[in-house]
Design a protein around this ligand. Structure first.
Ligand code: PBG
Length: 311
């Protein structure tokens, strides 16, 4: 039987999502899976995410492991994956996305609406901070990081609430901690949130049993639009960005927000396209067009968060 080595970070979230992909690979291709643990700078360094240098801190070590032949497949959270190409590697599958929304986890069952004036809300994400302040300028948004368990523990310690991805909570079987699943009309998720990317060496995409069967085209199309948007905005705009694509029948819709970090200014875009025979190319064009319009509306002049100010 073929053995496929699957690389993963050691965190609970990473090992669970890798486990799901390993099970699906076994079911689809019958391969025997071996798990290889890979340590990344994102796990090693303890500073705030906004202070960690550059993008892709969780990704580089896994990619090195692939390129050096220490593993055959790597599973990434799509929202942690930098938008540029990775030479020698390919995203062989984008499995079906789970809930892309952000979740408020608050003490006393509070929702974003019922949180008392001046509540302390923890998040390390400029995107979440900006959108929280846009609807609740009274909140005291506190920069935090750490794994999901550490962040949740802050609710009973020194914070009134934290905001986390529903997908991460669900994968850890901790969705009970969510007291308000935030409507995308209020809080647009990060590009790719709730989706995974399964990467392998470019020449092995079609030889690893079951790999391409994991691909879910509607998810691939939606995240292609979100990531094209991000890529084109990044060229000229350092402000926080939220984006959500959704394939509904044969239509792709894309919602975008670009906000000043303090929530004082918010630019929005919504557009859709009827999908034809090359939906990924259409998605990329939709995202690029949205970015161009947002830049023309002044997205670049919104308060920047600096080059490292990423999710
Ligand atoms: N930024 C870290 C990160 N990267 C992926 C997830 C889980 C959600 C997902 O897969 O999109 C999280 C945690 C979070 O944002 O709460």
């Amino acid at each position: 039987m073929t053995t496929v080595r699957i690389g993963t970070r050691a965190s609970a979230l990473a090992t669970t999502q890798t486990g799901h992909v390993a099970d699906a690979l076994t079911a689809a291709g019958g391969a025997q899976i071996e798990t290889v643990h890979v340590r990344t700078d994102g796990d090693r360094l303890r500073g705030s995410l906004t202070q960690l240098g550059g993008t892709g801190v969780f990704v580089t070590a896994l990619r090195d492991a692939l390129l050096e032949g220490r593993c055959d497949v790597a599973v990434h959270s799509l929202k942690d994956l930098p938008t540029g190409a990775a030479p020698g590697l390919v995203t062989a599958a984008v499995p079906e996305r789970v809930d892309p929304r952000d979740a408020l986890c608050a003490r006393d069952d509070h929702t974003l609406e019922t949180l008392p004036q001046g509540s302390r809300v923890g998040t390390g994400s400029p995107r979440r901070k900006a959108q929280l302040l846009a609807v609740r300028p009274d909140l005291d948004v506190v920069d935090i990081r750490g794994n999901v368990g550490t962040r949740l523990a802050r609710i009973t310690a020194d914070l009134d609430a934290v905001v986390l991805a529903a997908a991460g909570l669900a994968r850890l079987d901790m969705l009970d901690a969510a007291t308000d699943l935030l409507d995308p009309a209020v809080m647009l998720p990060a590009a790719g949130q709730g989706a995974l990317a399964v990467e392998c060496r470019a020449d092995e995409q079609h030889v690893i049993p079951g790999l391409t069967a994991l691909d879910h085209l509607p998810t691939r199309v939606a995240v292609a639009a979100e990531r094209a948007l991000l890529e084109h905005l990044e060229a000229g705009c350092a402000a926080p960005v939220g984006a959500l694509g959704l394939v509904d029948g044969a239509v792709l819709r894309l919602d975008v927000v670009v906000a000043a970090l303090d929530g004082s200014r918010v630019l929005r875009d919504h557009r859709e396209v009827a999908l034809g025979p090359d939906p990924v190319a259409q998605a990329v064009a939709l995202g690029r067009d949205a970015a161009a319009d947002l830049l023309a509306q002044g997205a670049a002049a919104l308060a920047p968060v600096g080059p490292a100010g990423r999710e």
